[in-house]
Ligand binder design. Structure first.
Ligand code: SF4
Ligand code: FES
Length: 281
């Protein structure tokens, strides 16, 4: 059995021992120190793309005069690091990052809230500077699609301000199952699926999938392709599967499902993973 070495670090003046390699973000969370994040999700691999979680790091035993800035979500803890999450340098650089994110995604409620919390009332940069698209290119949508749903239905295309999230080769494909996990995790709210003419649609990704509606109350339940996949993973009758969660509960069916997914939170994603990776009664 491999024993992971423990290291001691200091975060905002408080000592903590953690297994070597634990991210600074995780170590800070153990101390209940909040570091803001946008591109991080507990169940997905870290990408370090939004830079919002920057912290100031030094290693006094090696060089007391040097400190550097790094993203807490990807930076591993190593012996003797001294980390400041809210130093003047961090706050100044984080403010600039938020201004840039805001110019790229000016309609995002979450980024607007961050801006206000950080004293930004009027951003210095305009949408034209950063290429307004309301997408901050954090890649969360792709990571959830690849790593949890395993559909690999979307990816980045283009460069610079023309970079965007697209379906493969920007054409309609059959990879998307319409689970809407991407919509649930997107921090800017720019991904919007719509139900039109009994189909779940996302026009720019070429998605048009047949929807199943609850036979009891008429609520949308999920796409037929999503149902087919779930049927292979869980034990459930067709009748119960086609019901919405509320009507299913009335029939005393106890398993929580994500079939009726609104943008209601990230726990849906783990539920989906649980259901798609295990036999659940
Ligand atoms: S669409 Fe949303 S989740 Fe995907 S990269 Fe853009 S901001 Fe991130
Ligand atoms: S949360 Fe760490 S870089 Fe985005």
């Amino acid at each position: 059995m491999t024993v992971t070495k423990q290291v001691e670090i200091i975060i905002d003046g408080r000592k903590i021992r953690v297994p070597q390699g634990t991210t600074i973000l995780k170590a800070a969370a153990m101390l209940e120190i909040r570091i803001p994040t946008l591109c991080h999700h507990e169940e997905l691999s870290p990408s370090g793309s939004c830079r919002l979680c920057i912290v100031e790091i030094s290693n006094p035993s090696q060089n007391p005069d040097r400190s550097w800035i790094d993203s807490a979500c990807v930076c591993p803890a190593s012996e003797g690091l001294n980390i400041k999450t809210h130093s003047p340098r961090v706050l100044k650089e984080r403010k600039l990052i938020i201004e840039l994110l805001l110019s790229r995604a000016p309609d995002s409620q979450q980024i607007m809230k961050l801006a206000l919390e950080n004293g930004i009332t009027k951003p210095r940069f305009t949408a034209a500077d950063e290429g307004k698209s309301n997408c901050i290119l954090c890649g969360l949508c792709m990571r959830v699609c690849n790593e949890l749903i395993k559909a690999e239905a979307i990816g980045f295309s283009g460069r610079g301000i023309k970079k965007e999230v697209v379906s493969p080769f920007k054409i309609a494909g059959d990879l998307c199952i319409g689970c809407k996990a991407c919509e649930a995790v997107c921090p800017t709210g720019v991904i919007n699926f719509k139900i039109e003419n009994k189909k779940l649609r996302k026009q720019d990704w070429g998605v048009a999938l047949e929807m199943i509606f609850c036979p009891d109350c008429g609520q949308p339940v999920g796409t037929s392709v999503q149902m087919e996949q779930l049927k292979e993973k869980i034990t459930i009758t067709d009748e119960l599967l086609s019901c919405c969660p509320a009507c299913r509960r009335k029939k005393n069916y106890s398993v929580r499902t994500v079939l009726h997914r609104t943008a209601k939170g990230l726990s849906d994603v783990s539920d989906y993973n649980r259901l798609t990776s295990k036999e659940t009664g």
